[in-house]
Design a protein around this ligand. Structure first.
Ligand SMILES: [Mg+2]
Length: 307
């Protein structure tokens, strides 16, 4: 059953995040000379090896809320985000060292009275990858609907481009969970569903390079924090590797927004290749990974109960 795959995806995401943290913002040219090949530490944020960042923290905050409330409660998810950003909950060292501007605006809008699903920014410039990086848990919920995925994106990122990015990502993950196909086939299947669901929406044009499989030239891929660039990078890495390790290392070594490209790629690669494909020595280097595994098991039980 697909619901037994929570750990594959979520631990894959945490690993991709932690691999990227020490080199976040490093240019691709520098990483070509001195690439990441292992779970390293320090660097950009001077954190020990295996430190995860906002991508993993917000992902596990979402799962924790859903487990505790036995369902999706937008206010409660926001309360957990608030505890993360203000108190360092869901971090390994009670230290929130990395968050995006749009994300923090959404969380503080909620704190100051905005309704949760209207708290996120909806301007065109609010299309960083901040909701895409934390949306994966929804893929494991049977029959999750597009409106709910859009609303959860909208807690921080309410522009339609971010929302469509999230639904496309969930569709790819769901296809990997439910079908035995190649990566190319999963992506094609998911793209077709998105094109059908959002038919006539002008925002679809921003996904044309993904839809039309025009991502074969690395120089044309910008691994920036813009949600479309991040998504294109993830697709590029998945399509051009054949195992978990190479996929996440390729993602991180594209440079720039390394942890988030790594996390989003790691989530899908974890589901596609399975937990056993994730190097165990990397998992062993993540402090508090056992707490994440325990949460994955509880979350699996929640998803199981939805059937
Ligand atoms: Mg991060």
């Amino acid at each position: 059953m697909h619901i037994m795959k929570v750990k594959d995806g979520i631990i894959g995401l945490v690993i991709g995040d932690a691999l990227g943290v020490p080199v976040e913002f490093n240019p691709r040219e520098d990483l070509k000379i001195d690439p990441v090949t292992d779970m390293e530490g320090y660097g950009t944020y001077n954190m020990p090896p295996g430190t995860w960042s906002d991508d993993s923290s917000m992902t596990i905050a979402t799962m924790s809320s859903i487990v505790n409330k036995n369902g999706i409660n937008y206010d409660d998810i926001m309360e957990e985000f608030l505890k993360w950003i203000e108190q360092g909950k869901y971090t390994q060292y009670n230290n929130t060292f990395d968050y995006g501007v749009t994300t923090s605006h959404g969380i503080y809008n909620y704190k100051h009275g905005a309704e949760a699903i209207y708290a996120g920014g909806d301007g065109e410039r609010d299309n960083g990858n901040g909701s895409l990086m934390r949306i994966l848990p929804l893929a494991f919920i049977p029959d999750i609907d597009y409106k709910t995925i859009e609303n959860i994106s909208g807690l921080t990122h309410r522009h339609m481009r971010s929302k469509i990015s999230c639904t496309l990502y969930i569709e790819i993950a769901k296809s990997m969970l439910n079908n035995n196909l190649s990566i190319d086939e999963h992506i094609t299947l998911a793209c077709n569903k998105i094109k059908e669901h959002y038919e006539g929406n002008d925002e679809l044009e921003h996904f044309s390079r993904i839809f039309n499989d025009e991502l074969n030239d690395e120089d044309s891929i910008s691994s920036s924090g813009y949600v479309i660039s991040t998504f294109e990078s993830v697709i590029y890495c998945l399509k051009n590797t054949d195992n978990f390790r190479d996929a996440v290392l390729k993602a991180v070594n594209l440079g720039n927004d390394t942890d988030t490209v790594g996390a989003i790629c790691g989530g899908l690669a974890g589901i596609y290749y399975g937990f056993d494909s994730i190097p165990i020595d990397w998992i062993d280097k993540i402090p508090k990974i056992n707490e994440v595994v325990e949460l994955c098991e509880k979350y699996e039980a929640y998803c199981d109960g939805c059937l």
